[in-house]
Write a protein that binds this ligand. Sequence first.
Ligand SMILES: NC(=O)c1ccc[n+]([C@@H]2O[C@H](COP(=O)([O-])OP(=O)(O)OC[C@H]3O[C@@H](n4cnc5c(N)ncnc54)[C@H](OP(=O)(O)O)[C@@H]3O)[C@@H](O)[C@H]2O)c1
Length: 244
Amino acid sequence: MTKAAVPTRRARAAKRPFVAATFAMTADGKITTREYSQVDFTSREDKMHLLRQRALADAVVVGHSTLKADNVRLALPKGELRDQRVAMGKPPAPIRVIVSNEGRVDVGLRIFESTISPILIFSTTRMPRAYQKALREKATLHLSESADVDLAWMLQQLQRDYKVRSVACEGGAALFRSMLEADLIDQLNLTITPYLFGGGAAPTLTGVSKAFLPASIRCTLTDMRTVGEECFLTYRVKRRPGSS
Ligand SMILES: NC(=O)c1ccc[n+]([C@@H]2O[C@H](COP(=O)([O-])OP(=O)(O)OC[C@H]3O[C@@H](n4cnc5c(N)ncnc54)[C@H](OP(=O)(O)O)[C@@H]3O)[C@@H](O)[C@H]2O)c1
């Protein structure tokens, strides 16, 4: 059963949308292989789970590396999930948001072939002019002067300018880690799949960084179910001690 993303007091108080991240990982904690190649290690049920989480959100956010590696459209297929949204008075699919610091986003990627929902790109003024020109035909650009995208600011813009109340973060690890470090994740939907990849260079949920997180992050398990050989976990991510 799909759980609705209910904005927490933390998200409301911070004037930002509720953020739920969805990942699948192997039993040894890997989200992809060392080569970051397209690797299919999840079931149809997990793929539906990802789509259900996407369908719950007003916006879906993805890091540039995941977009390049997986070349996803971030859309919703025709059918029940779209129909349910429309019946609730929502657009057929969530706004699609790409995060890139350097801004070298290839306009030939498949996401730009679909017009199902608006595409926003949050990047910096480092984005080369030629890319800006090509991308403006397909997407709305939000370019900040800072070296990196300020993710808290991005969420505030989404709420203020696009009325986004809930965000589905679809990774990858670098984006997820940055959002965790900034205390911007409210929920983690995690599928554990029956594989072992091994490999120190293969990323976990928080990437390949050997560095600890600034502080360990406590989660509360709020739901758990198994379907076939996969385990679907839902965690509420607790506020870090000392964070504002
Ligand atoms: N198993 C799963 O559930 C799952 C889910 C998602 C992804 N994946 C896999 O994860 C891999 C990609 O993950 P990844 O960790 O390499 O990359 P990522 O998180 O998808 O993307 C990182 C990129 O996002 C941009 N970015 C902009 N602001 C950022 C910020 N504040 N913090 C972090 N990134 C920011 C940068 O793009 P620029 O370089 O353009 O500046 C950065 O290089 C792929 O192989 C994908 O298949 C697996």
